[in-house]
Write a protein that binds this ligand. Structure first.
Ligand code: BGC
Length: 785
């Protein structure tokens, strides 16, 4: 009877898992009650997982547990929460990996992928999907590049937000990872990302900032690496100051798997849950720290409240009987893969394939029969079905064409050239050869970086040999990240299909046969050679340190600045039609940072088939106090147009789109002056431009101190008065006869010294204490940049 009564009471308060959907207020009330009832040991226990994939419950108070699971491009759900789930995971739709998703540049589509993933999570009882990864592809060698979106922070952040909003619309959480500057796999548990603060904000934090502000992920995953010397899983600067205070993140931080080093420091910094839950050692350290006074219990209470808020929210949004919808999702996976396919070359309109042009098709390369569709590591999904080009071609086009196949290479031996002869004969006898080549699975993996960006020698040789006998040779590439193409001038057509997921084969055929007009654009630069890449001298780093020496000149920012011609530039991708850009208009030639700017442009499909164009907007600062990239992507939009159709696009730019991050003042600054707005079809194909003038209204702290040069104090008319007051005699030495102090003519050497030296430079006219006071007086002063 007593038990029944307890259950009824608990139900009345909504304490039981799955009891009802709760609103924010109800969750808050309940969480406060629960935390007041938890013992110290129970609170500490909630700060780590129960096992591989779940959080800890507290049975005494009916606190439920939730299920978290990889991620990102499909669900890798283990059969139980306490097994790793490699090989025995439940089948789920394997969508194209992040580099392919990014090549779509299509936020609505990525949102749909997110929704589908959310549905699958609901169907398979998963509460939080571990993704997306918005780390910047700093080096082409990064082993996990296939799992990340782009080299550009805006593109990565926007895609991340669209993905998260999609998943979370289904009542399932996400884990935005890996926060932050996790750009190398070598020694990933120790590596220190030695990145300067400005670059950290402008490039590496930016995608996280966009995703947090636009989509509030339920969880953020703290990285393995150190950032500016401190582990990401215990950095107060990253986890509290930036994530929580600056960006307003209201979810919880979970550690990457085994990323925790000093658990108590992690709690203090705002790292909520250690994953996975393998031992209780760290829980007891938390208890001990509270008992010995090194950890304030109120800090722990806050973390636990935030943990329970997410746990209860997740439970209250669980849905019963959701269908995994595998057929619909397979179709969506095919659609996304087709949208991601990036046509890099198409001379003489070799593509699309048609019955009128070709009768006999030679399919060459084992990837056509045995597709490489995803990357290696924790993101590996067990697909619900796996299509291959050979079978699908036979099924969909078998009656229209005579199809032959040759394996071409040996996936187990990169230097086996024995299969080339047979492939060459097949190519010679056909009207067109489609060579499926790229990177074998072991080339791209979590946990290891690449040491070069070449395809296996057997693939490269195969392509050259086929091209020598067949003028209509189309290379169809499968790879998760940039590669070199020594044969680029030998073949008329190249189609990049990335790691296209379980339905990639059908998508490739859709594009090859023109059912889908290719509209993918590179989200990463393809260099001619590894030596051309921005981090060439600083990757993967050494002795636990990786210096981000190229600073904000990552990807196209670097190639632009150094005038290096890439193999294929950022933002590039061809179509079977053409687009014309015209009529750029800006809302004002002169505008303030508060007003912002609207830019519009007209795009017309001038070809014979319908198609989609990704319109890219880049901003260039013409004159800047700090060094800035030649241009930076700020906006983009994908637009579908019928032949002859045109449409106008509007882009709204705000102050941030013109700003740099001032590390000294810890703020974003939009400086007054001239900017160029460029609209283009790629970063190297700018079609329309406008010059505008920004008048800043910002009040920026002067930030003068004892180390600021005399020159700066003198050049500023406010602080010049202080100098005239404090150093009249010394200044007078530089004043031509009969002139006022203001007309002093200093020689450069004398005034390019920090003020701190002036007690002796002025021979005692000013004291060290007065210089301190001077700096103090300047604290309140501002200027308009
Ligand atoms: C990876 C994460 C992944 C986690 C769980 C880690 O090794 O870095 O991306 O979510 O494992 O599998």
């Amino acid at each position: 009877m007593k038990k029944i009564l307890t259950v009824l009471i608990l139900m009345a308060f909504g304490y039981l898992a799955n009891a009802q959907t709760m609103n924010k207020e109800e969750i808050k009330t309940k969480v406060d009650q629960l935390v007041s009832q938890l013992t110290l040991e129970e609170k500490a226990s909630l700060c780590s997982g129960r096992d591989d994939w779940s959080t800890k419950p507290v049975d005494r108070l009916d606190i439920p547990w939730i299920w978290v699971s990889d991620g990102p491009h499909g669900l890798r759900r283990a059969p139980k929460t306490n097994v790793p789930g490699y090989g025995d995971q439940l089948p789920a739709t394997c969508f194209p990996t992040a580099s392919a998703l990014a090549a779509t540049w299509d936020l609505d589509l990525i949102n749909k992928v997110g929704q589908a993933l959310g549905e699958e999570c609901q169907a398979l009882d998963v509460n939080v999907l571990l993704g997306p990864g918005v780390n910047i592809k700093r080096s082409v060698l990064g082993g996990r590049n296939f799992e990340f979106f782009s080299e550009d922070p805006i593109l990565s952040g926007e895609l991340g937000a669209a993905f998260i909003n999609g998943v979370q619309s289904q009542g399932v959480g996400t884990s935005l990872k890996h926060y932050v500057a996790n750009n190398v796999e070598t020694m990933r548990m120790w590596m220190n990302s030695d990145v300067d603060t400005r670059t950290l904000h402008e490039i590496y934090l930016r995608p996280f900032e966009i995703a947090v502000k636009k989509s509030q992920p339920w969880t953020v995953m703290a990285c393995y690496n150190r950032v500016q010397g401190i582990y990401g899983s215990q950095s107060p600067y990253l986890l509290t100051d930036i994530l929580k205070k600056d960006w307003g993140f209201d979810g919880i931080v979970i550690s990457d798997w085994f990323a925790v080093v000093d658990r108590v420091e992690g709690v203090k910094a705002g790292m909520h849950i250690e994953m996975p839950g393998v031992s209780l050692v760290n829980d007891s350290l938390i208890v001990e720290a509270v008992k010995n006074g090194t950890l304030d219990e109120a800090v722990l209470d806050n973390l636990v409240k935030e943990i329970l808020t997410i746990v209860l929210k997740a439970k209250s949004l669980e849905k019963e009987g959701v269908d995994q919808n595998i057929d619909t999702h397979h179709k969506l996976a095919r659609q996304v893969a087709a949208e991601s396919a990036t046509l890099l070359k198409n001379e003489d309109e070799v593509l699309p394939l048609s019955k009128e042009k070709y009768k006999k098709i030679a399919i060459i390369g084992e990837f056509a029969a045995n597709p490489r569709f995803q990357g290696n590591g924790s993101s590996e999904v067990k697909p619900t079905q796996l299509d291959n080009v050979l079978d699908m071609l036979e099924k969909e086009q078998g009656k229209n064409f005579k199809i032959s196949y040759a394996q071409g290479y040996d996936l187990a031996n990169d230097n086996n050239f024995l299969m080339i002869e047979e492939a060459r004969e097949a190519a010679e006898k056909a009207d067109i050869a489609l060579v499926f080549a790229g990177l074998p699975l072991h080339y791209e993996s979590e946990g290891i970086d690449r040491t070069h960006i070449n395809m296996p020698p057997s693939h490269n040789k195969l392509i050259s040999e086929i091209a020598a006998v067949q003028k209509n040779t189309v290379v169809v590439l499968t790879n998760g990240s940039a590669i070199t193409m020594p044969w680029v001038d030998e073949v008329p057509a190249i189609l990049e299909t990335w790691l296209g997921g379980q339905a990639g084969a059908g998508a490739t055929l859709d594009v090859l046969f023109g059912k889908v007009n290719p509209s993918g654009k590179l989200a990463e630069t393809f260099p001619v050679k590894l030596e051309d890449t921005p981090s060439f001298f600083n990757f993967p780093g050494e002795q636990g340190e990786v210096l981000y020496g190229e600073r904000m000149f990552v990807g196209y920012r670097y190639y632009d600045e150094k005038n290096i011609e890439p193999l294929f530039p950022f933002g590039f991708g061809l179509s079977y039609t053409n687009f014309e850009y015209a009529d750029i208009k800006v809302s004002a030639d002169n505008f303030t940072d508060n007003e912002g700017l609207t830019v519009s442009v007209k795009i017309k499909n001038t070809g014979k088939v319908k198609g989609k164009e990704v319109v890219q907007l880049y901003v260039s600062d013409k004159e800047s106090t700090l060094i800035r990239p030649e241009k930076e992507l700020k906006k983009f939009a994908k637009i579908a147009l019928e032949p002859g159709e045109s449409a106008s696009l509007d882009f709204k730019l705000d102050a941030r789109d013109f700003s740099y991050y001032d590390a000294r003042r810890k703020m974003w600054i939009a400086e007054s002056g001239a900017f160029t707005i460029n609209l283009g079809s790629s970063s190297r194909d700018l079609r329309q431009s406008a010059e505008v003038n920004l008048q800043s209204t910002q009040k920026v702290p002067l930030a003068f101190d004892e180390y600021t040069f005399f020159r700066a104090y003198w050049d500023n008319l406010q602080t010049r008065e202080f100098l005239k007051e404090l150093l009249p005699k010394w200044i007078a030495n530089f004043v031509p006869q009969g002139k006022a102090l203001d007309e002093a003519q200093f020689n450069d050497f004398m005034i390019d010294h920090p003020m701190i030296k002036f007690p002796y430079i002025s021979n005692g006219e000013i004291s060290a204490a007065q210089i301190k006071e001077l700096a103090e007086r300047c604290k309140e002063l501002t200027f308009t940049p």
